[in-house]
Design a protein around this ligand. Structure first.
Ligand SMILES: C[S@@+](CC[C@H](N)C(=O)[O-])C[C@H]1O[C@@H](n2cnc3c(N)ncnc32)[C@H](O)[C@@H]1O
Length: 463
C-alpha cells in the first residue's frame, strides 16, 4: 500500500490510516469497532491462537518518560546503562556518547531547544524539566499521516502539561499552531502511551503506538506485549481469543490488588475499571487485597465489601457482621505494608522478610511485591546466593506462577521471565546439592519460557 497524497489522508477512516501507518499488506487479525467497555476498541476478525502475534505496532513517537521521579536516560538511545553527560551543544539534555549526541533522534530537538530556550542553573548541565518535554517536542516533526492519526486518537487534558514546563524556559513564542498541537500531543500521550523497558539494556521509554492506542484495558487482558529491537510493540494473544472478541491490554501492573490498580488507573488515566476481576472481592480466589481481621481470635481475612465502591467497608470471611474495617483504615494499612515491603526488598534481609510475610495473609499484594522483586530484580549472581535465598526465590517462582494461573493471565511475558529464572535456579540447585533434579521438568520449563519469550513467530504474523 503506497502513501496517499496529503489531501487524501483526511478522507481515510481510522482503520485505513492505521493500515497505512503499519505499512502492512498482510491480512490483519483486527478491526476497530464500538466497544461496550468504552468508545472504540479492537476486535478479532477470526479465532486467534494463544501465543499468536496479533500485530506489531510502529511508534508514532518515542522518547524519555515524563515522570519527575524517573531517572534520566540518554535522549539518543533512551538507555540509562551508561554514564550520562550533557550534550556538548548546550541543549541541556543528557546523552551517553557522541554517537547519541549526533543521532537523527536527538539532532532536531537539540537545535529546537537551543533556538527557543534559555536554560540556566541546571544540575550538572542537564535540565530534568526539559528531558520531560522531549517526547512531546518530537511530535512537532510528525508527518501529515502521523498528525492525522494523533488527532484521531482519544485525548483528554491532564493537570500537568509538559508545554507549561517548556514555557518556563522559552525566550521565543511558539507559533500558535505548534502550541496547540503540542498540547494535544501531551494529552494524547498521557491517554495512550505505553511505558517500555528494554530487557537487559537499561532502556526506559514512553512510546505512542497507533494501533495499541485502540486497545481498551482489562485487569485480566487477553494479550501480552513486548518491545522488539526496533522498539516496535509486539502484541500477542495471552490466551485463545475468539472471533468478534475484544482484544484487550492492560495499563497497570497485574500483580497489584484491586484497590491499588483502580487508584493507579484513576490517577494516571482518569477512569475506574469495572472488569470481572475488579468486581470480585476475592480476585478469582487469590485474595490479593486481603488483610487479617483485627478482632481476636477471629483469624479470618477482610476483603472489600464492594470493590467498585472505594468507601465500602471491608468485611470478614467469618461473616460475623461486627468484624469489619472502614475502607480508609484498610487502605492505610495496605499502604504501610507496601512501604515496609519496599524497604525490606532494598535491604534484601531474608530473616526480616520471612517475619514480615508471617504477619500478612498469604498472597497479599505486599508479599507478592517482595517475591516478584526477589525473582526478577534481586542484586547479585545466582551462583553467589546462599541456599536460603535460592530456596526463597524458588518458592517465590512457584507462588507467582500459581497466582498468574489463578488470575487467568494466560501465557504472558511475566510468566516467561519467571519460568526462565526458575530454570536457572533449578540448574544451580542441582549443581550445588548434587540432588537429582527432575531433568524432564527442567527441560519442559526451558521449552515453555523460550516459547513465551520468543516473539519472532513470523509465519503467524498478521497486520
Ligand atoms: C488507549 S485509549 C483506548 C481506546 C479508546 N476506547 C478509544 O475510543 O479511542 C484509553 C482510554 O480508553 C478508556 N478506557 C480504556 N479501557 C477502559 C476501561 N476498562 N474502562 C473504562 N474506560 C476505559 C479510558 O478513557 C482511557 O483513557
Amino acid at each position: 500500500m503506497s502513501e496517499p497524497r496529503d489531501d487524501l489522508i483526511d478522507t481515510l477512516s481510522v482503520e485505513q490510516l492505521l493500515q497505512l501507518h503499519l505499512k502492512s499488506e498482510l491480512p490483519c487479525l483486527w478491526t476497530i469497532r464500538d466497544s461496550h467497555i468504552h468508545g472504540r476498541g479492537l476486535f478479532a476478525t477470526r479465532d486467534i491462537e494463544q501465543g499468536e502475534v496479533i500485530f506489531r505496532d510502529e511508534t508514532l513517537v518515542i522518547g524519555p518518560r515524563s515522570g519527575t521521579s524517573s531517572d534520566p536516560v540518554c535522549v539518543g538511545c533512551l538507555s540509562n546503562s551508561s554514564p550520562l553527560s550533557p550534550c556538548s551543544k548546550n541543549c541541556a539534555l543528557p546523552v551517553c556518547s557522541s554517537q547519541c549526541e549526533n543521532s537523527v533522534q536527538h539532532s532536531w530537538e537539540c537545535s529546537f531547544l537551543r533556538d527557543h530556550c534559555t536554560v540556566e542553573n541546571t544540575k550538572d548541565g542537564v535540565s530534568l524539566d526539559l528531558v520531560r518535554t522531549v517526547t512531546p517536542i518530537r511530535c512537532l516533526q510528525m508527518s501529515r499521516l502521523k498528525r492525522t492519526i494523533v488527532r484521531a486518537l482519544e485525548t483528554r487534558e491532564f493537570p500537568i502539561c509538559e508545554v507549561d514546563v517548556l514555557k518556563r524556559y522559552l525566550h521565543k513564542k511558539l507559533p500558535a499552531e505548534d502550541d496547540k498541537f503540542l498540547r494535544l500531543c501531551c494529552g494524547t500521550l498521557d491517554t495512550n502511551a505505553y511505558a517500555g523497558t528494554g530487557h537487559g539494556k537499561g532502556l526506559i521509554f514512553r512510546g505512542l503506538y497507533a494501533l495499541s492506542a485502540m486497545m481498551n484495558h482489562s485487569c485480566t487482558p487477553n494479550t501480552t506485549y513486548w518491545f522488539d529491537e526496533a522498539n516496535r510493540m509486539v502484541v500477542k494473544a495471552a490466551r485463545t481469543i475468539g472471533k468478534e472478541e475484544e482484544i484487550l491490554s492492560t495499563y497497570t501492573s497485574l500483580l497489584w490488588g484491586t484497590a491499588t490498580r483502580r487508584s493507579f488507573l484513576s490517577n494516571t488515566k482518569e477512569f475506574l475499571c469495572r472488569c470481572a476481576r475488579c468486581k470480585d472481592p476475592t480476585e478469582f480466589d487469590t485474595n490479593l487485597s486481603a488483610i487479617y481481621c483485627k478482632t481476636k481470635p477471629c483469624g479470618g481475612i477482610l476483603l472489600p465489601g464492594n470493590p467498585l465502591d472505594i468507601k465500602s467497608d471491608w468485611l470478614c470471611s467469618s461473616k460475623i457482621k461486627e468484624h469489619k474495617m472502614g475502607a480508609q483504615k484498610a487502605f492505610q494499612l495496605l499502604n504501610i505494608w507496601s512501604k515496609v515491603a519496599q524497604m525490606l526488598t532494598e535491604n534484601e534481609d531474608l530473616q526480616q522478610i520471612q517475619m514480615f510475610l508471617k504477619g500478612i495473609p498469604e498472597n497479599s499484594q505486599s508479599g507478592i511485591q517482595i517475591r516478584k522483586y526477589f525473582v526478577l530484580q534481586s542484586k547479585g549472581q545466582i551462583t553467589d546466593m546462599t541456599d536460603e535465598i535460592l530456596l526463597f526465590k524458588e518458592q517465590s517462582c512457584y507462588k507467582l506462577l500459581d497466582l498468574i494461573k489463578r488470575l487467568k493471565l494466560g501465557r504472558n511475558y511475566l510468566k516467561g521471565l519467571i519460568l526462565r529464572e526458575l530454570f536457572h535456579l533449578l540448574q544451580e540447585k542441582s549443581k550445588r546439592s548434587q540432588v537429582q533434579v527432575d531433568q524432564d521438568q527442567v527441560d519442559s520449563i526451558k521449552t515453555e519460557f523460550e516459547k513465551i519469550l520468543k516473539f519472532d513467530v513470523t509465519p503467524q504474523e498478521s497486520g
